[in-house]
Design a protein around this ligand. Structure first.
Ligand SMILES: [Fe+2]
Ligand SMILES: [Fe+2]
Length: 307
């Protein structure tokens, strides 16, 4: 059995007018075997529930169970439109997923009965994840107090000149109140922990793969898109918006969690922590997509880039 993972399809957002969803899906559909599992790790489309549905439809012929989580771009809404990020997240997108034959992982993990090569039952758990600025903690410690204050203010406003983080403009609640990123992330971690606890107690499950949109480990993130050589305060600001250290600490508390698969930062990363867990970022960007393929018999490999 294999687990096919990708993220950041951003269906409907094209570079040079090229649709990459169809060739990405085709690459997988030509190779997937009955009983394989498909997981989409968020940013399926961009503030467009219709596009979200169209992207899921591209995987209709996948010959096994399918699951999906939301990304920050999937939750974009505009104030005053009545359909806030909270309703998209809790109601509309889960309904679209269900109607399209996908498990909405935030509501229930996907359990996969043990395949002959899989060494016991597998489960996929996960959700959006979100960000709470904690990934930047190790970098903040190296900044002088004034820089640290500027970075923290940048997380409050979403602005760190010359950059602006669009989630601060497009994430709203249906009642018009702002979206508190750190509070959303805390709630996400609590929900994931409840699922992981249930899987830990389930004797039919031996291995758990955790899929979140945002990074759960510093090694899954990149910081400033120019890399770690960018000024430390810029790196810290970007890292804070990339995921959550608390998310990774929660994953690491459970003995059955083997792998964490994420997207969001659009840069590929892979890391094996001393406890043996694998932390991967598939790295899809607007102009290039690919698959992470987990062989449950052992090993993780990638497809070529699809451009
Ligand atoms: Fe993305
Ligand atoms: Fe994202």
């Amino acid at each position: 059995m294999r687990i096919w993972f990708t993220a950041d399809l951003h269906h409907g957002v094209t570079v040079d007018g090229r649709d990459l969803t169809a060739p990405l899906a085709q690459w997988c559909l030509e190779r997937a075997r009955p009983g394989d599992v498909l997981v989409l790790g968020g940013d399926v489309a961009c503030g467009d529930a219709r596009g979200f549905e169209d992207a899921l439809r591209a995987f209709e012929r996948f010959p096994g169970p399918r699951a999906v989580v939301a990304g920050n771009h999937d939750l974009w809404s505009s104030p005053g439109e009545g359909l806030g990020s909270d309703r998209l997240h809790e109601t509309l997108l889960p309904e679209v997923a269900k109607e399209s034959g996908f498990v909405w992982l935030e509501h229930e993990p996907l359990r996969v009965a043990g395949a002959a090569d899989a060494g016991g039952g597998w489960a996929i758990a996960g959700g959006f994840g979100g960000f709470d600025f904690s990934l930047a903690d190790p970098l903040l410690a190296d900044l002088d107090p004034e820089e640290r204050g500027r970075v923290r203010e940048g997380w409050r406003t979403g602005r760190f000149a010359p950059f602006f983080w669009n989630d601060y403009r497009y994430s709203w609640r249906s009642d018009g109140s702002p979206w508190e990123h750190a509070a959303v992330c805390r709630a996400q971690i609590e929900r994931l922990a409840a699922h992981l606890e249930a899987l830990e107690r389930d004797p039919a499950v031996e291995h758990v793969v955790v899929v979140t949109h945002t990074a759960a480990h510093l090694e899954q993130a990149i910081g400033h898109p120019d890399g770690r050589d960018a000024p430390a305060c810029r790196n810290a600001w970007f890292l804070g918006l990339s995921g959550s250290r608390a998310l990774g600490e929660t994953i690491s508390r459970f003995s059955k969690t083997r792998l964490s698969l994420v997207g969001h930062t659009h840069h590929e990363r892979s890391y094996r922590s001393p406890d043996g867990r694998g932390w991967y970022n598939v790295g899809c960007d607007y102009d290039r997509k690919r698959w992470l393929i987990v062989e449950t018999g052992g090993g993780v490999h990638t497809s070529p880039w699809i451009r």
